[in-house]
Write a protein that binds this ligand. Structure first.
Ligand SMILES: Nc1ncnc2c1ncn2[C@@H]1O[C@H](COP(=O)(O)OP(=O)(O)OP(=O)(O)O)[C@@H](O)[C@H]1O
Length: 279
């Protein structure tokens, strides 16, 4: 379990990124930190692997204060995936994935074998092993990022907007893959996003954040959708509900054109979707 105990971070220039944050993150589940830009999500995530040290309070992993552990050792045992994948551009895919096992002394052959196995795990064709990151699509790069984060078989996976830079279809596919992986691996995942759909798709627990790392609401996706704790959460959900609502217009040649609230066409249905169906 990861525990934030009144953890806060004020940067040296006086910016209060996180006021006081307390949360329990149960093991083997996915917790999503959801909030708009600047509300302190990345700062909170990085407190776990000591890329950021809190200026007040503390963060515990299985009861141990992370401040007691050397940052390098801690980072090697915690997987970290970032938005732009963070791959080393001059190293091949296979070597990128094998980075941490090699650093911790695994022989090259064994590390490469493990890397190939991880490529399969995350759905990457083995033919890509010898490419450089720049020769991959954005979605493939993110898969490499996930494989690399899994290479040391960490219990904890920190994911900072990992699918933010890919197109919506690939993004949904990556979310599906992560759900599949998680049913297999049961890691403790802390996932940062500002996308409500992504949060609902992935979180066992969702923590909606306001500026300063203030918790507006924490709960399961069902709890949050069914009973938003306050106006802030309702607005956060509501904005999206508006975007999701659909309209249908009859077409001259028959059928109904369905479009989203912004007027973008989504497809054509043979019957009026608003008509009551049988039963
Ligand atoms: N090194 C720093 N020095 C000063 N202020 C910082 C520093 N890093 C972050 N901040 C500020 O702390 C606040 C929280 O930043 P953080 O990156 O944690 O937010 P975020 O929710 O992850 O935002 P985004 O979604 O845009 O990445 C912001 O106001 C940011 O400008």
């Amino acid at each position: 379990m990861i525990e934030f105990e009144r953890a806060g971070k004020t940067y040296p220039d006086g910016t209060v990124a996180v006021g006081e944050f307390s949360l329990r993150i149960p093991s083997h589940t996915t917790t999503v930190l959801l909030g708009s830009s600047g509300c302190g999500k990345t700062t909170l995530l990085r407190m776990v692997n000591r890329m950021v040290d809190p200026t007040s309070g503390r963060v515990l992993i299985d009861g141990e204060d992370v401040a007691q552990e050397a940052p390098v050792a801690l980072r090697r045992r915690i997987g970290y995936v970032m938005q732009n994948s963070g791959l080393l551009p001059h190293r091949r895919v296979i070597d990128n994935i094998a980075t941490v096992p090699r650093l911790t002394g695994m022989p090259r052959g064994a590390a490469h074998e493990r890397a190939r196995e991880l490529m399969r795990t995350v759905g990457l064709d083995s033919g890509l092993a010898r490419r450089y990151p720049g020769q991959l699509s954005g979605g493939q790069q993110q898969r490499v990022g996930v494989a690399r984060a899994l290479a040391s078989d960490p219990n904890i996976l920190l994911m900072d907007e990992p699918f933010g830079a890919v197109d919506p279809l690939v993004r949904m596919e990556l979310q599906r893959e992560l759900r599949r992986l998680q049913t297999q691996l049961r890691k403790t995942i802390l996932f940062v996003t500002h996308d409500i759909d992504e949060a609902l798709a992935l979180g066992d627990q969702i923590v909606v954040l306001q500026p300063g790392g203030q918790i507006a609401q924490a709960g399961t996706p069902e709890e949050i959708v069914a009973a938003p704790a306050n106006d802030f959460v309702a607005r956060f959900l509501g904005l999206d509900a508006g975007r999701r609502s659909l309209r249908a217009r009859p077409q001259p040649g028959g059928g109904w054109l369905v479009s989203d609230a912004g007027g973008r066409p989504l497809g054509v249905l043979p019957d009026d979707p608003a008509r009551e169906g049988p039963g």
